[in-house]
Design a protein around this ligand. Structure first.
Ligand code: ARG
Ligand code: ZN
Length: 411
């Protein structure tokens, strides 16, 4: 039995060369559910070995773990699972087909902004500029920095009142492959700007919204040009590329749930804030007066989470964060019946230090700090079809409105 495991690991290791990981022909996503300690620990060990692309991480007994394996890796992964007696289910039988469909849909998609297809970095930023030009009293766009590869980073601010009105900072696209995140952030912007304007005039007179739809521009661009499932930034890190931007923030940085391996998808970086893009976002959060809420959009899993992510302890005001999250999720669920879980990120997903949400609360003094994992629960995972952008936007917008109206009356 141990010989079989060893063999499987060797095969998996050979198959884990970067060039192999990019070859998605025949790749599948398997869902496994650890039922006993030994299975959980084995999966955690397997995750650390950095051979497979874990779409979700092993956290606890009973929690599903989604693992992508290439055609070459699949037999050895199945062999390991069989020998550990872990049941698995094929979640996505044909990853390559979904990726191909994403790219084909993109090729046919209009260049102008809409929400029936996904849009690349340049299309999104051009649209932000256009909004500001067309709505001078309401929107302002500022260039706030430059990514590692030289892309201009912009903040769009919405509000008709005082500059020191209570504010909400919303970002998306910190993880490159989570395409529904920027699409949802732009959906929210569009509703506030072009929706029934009188409906939101009180809100926008009393609250300033600051949006950065794609805070990892280079990674996001790379998912359109090269590798659909890229997660990290694109800065060179020795033999490998990129840092996990959501492990790079200087609040309990590298204190667990992050990797020191530059080739790993959760690499925390050589030091906190090694990534220029995260410095840019940090400086924005520090510059803006009176921020009351921070929301960072990710996918997938349908979770509305609050700090902490670096410890299973809860912030002392967790009940306030929890109750606002409940209200937001109730409004979200009322739209299409989509169910969400709520909790601290360590307790709902897994321990992971160096996240932007923890920094916003712990160092940036933004009280109502959230990370939201959008649709779905794994049927498509990161490859959520564009047809789900509008329903995801509709429901998420209602959740954000609850936070907005709460901030409006919060003193
Ligand atoms: N899926 C997100 C990530 O891995 C969750 C982050 C939750 N927040 C945290 N501080 N751990 O980055
Ligand atoms: Zn993410």
């Amino acid at each position: 039995r141990s010989f079989v495991l060893l063999l499987a690991l060797v095969v998996a290791f050979v198959a884990s060369r970067p060039s192999e990981r990019q070859n998605l022909h025949g790749a599948q996503v398997l869902r496994v559910v650890p039922r006993v300690d030994t299975q959980l620990h084995y999966l955690q060990g397997l995750h650390k070995l950095n051979q497979y692309d874990f779409w979700s991480e092993p956290k606890a007994i009973g929690h599903p773990v989604d693992i992508m394996a290439t055609a070459f890796q699949l037999p050895s992964l199945r062999m390991v699972m069989d020998h550990l007696n872990i049941k698995y289910q094929v979640m996505i039988p044909n990853v390559a087909k979904l990726v191909r469909e994403d790219y084909q849909a993109r090729a046919k998609a209009p260049k102008a902004m809409d929400w029936t297809s996904y849009h690349d970095y340049d299309e999104i930023t051009a649209w932000l500029d256009e909004l500001a030009t067309n709505n001078p009293g309401l929107c302002k766009v500022s260039d706030v920095g430059t990514s590692y590869e030289g892309r201009t980073m912009k903040v769009l601010t919405l509000g008709t009142g005082a500059a020191d009105n209570p504010g909400i900072f919303i970002d998306g696209g910190i993880h490159a492959r989570e395409w529904i995140s920027p699409a949802t952030v732009t959906y929210i912007i569009n509703e506030l700007v072009n929706g029934a304007s009188s409906t939101y005039s009180d809100l926008l007179a009393g609250v300033n919204f600051h949006f950065m739809p794609v805070i990892n521009p280079d990674g996001y661009a790379y998912t359109f040009s090269n590798e659909r499932l890229w997660r990290k930034t694109r800065s060179p890190q020795g033999a490998c590329t990129g840092v996990d931007p959501n492990r790079n923030w200087d609040f309990h940085w590298n204190e667990g749930g992050a990797s020191n391996n530059p080739c790993a998808d959760t690499y925390c970086g050589p030091n906190a804030f090694s990534e220029i893009e995260m410095q840019v976002v940090r400086d924005q959060i520090n510059t803006l007066p009176n921020l009351v809420s921070y929301i960072s959009f990710h996918s997938y899993s349908q979770l509305w989470m609050y700090p902490w992510g670096w410890t299973s302890d809860l912030p002392e005001d967790w009940q306030e964060l929890d109750s606002l999250a409940q209200d937001a999720v109730n409004a979200l669920t009322a739209v299409h019946g989509t169910s969400y879980e709520i909790g601290s990120s360590t307790n709902t997903i897994y321990l992971a230090s160096g996240g932007s949400d923890d920094w916003a609360k712990g160092a940036g003094n933004v009280k109502f700090s959230y990370t939201v994992e959008l649709r779905d629960t794994g049927a498509f995972g990161f490859l959520l079809p564009a047809g789900q952008i509008i329903p995801t936007g509709e429901e998420t917008f209602q959740g954000v409105l609850v936070v907005g109206n709460f901030v409006l009356s919060y003193t």
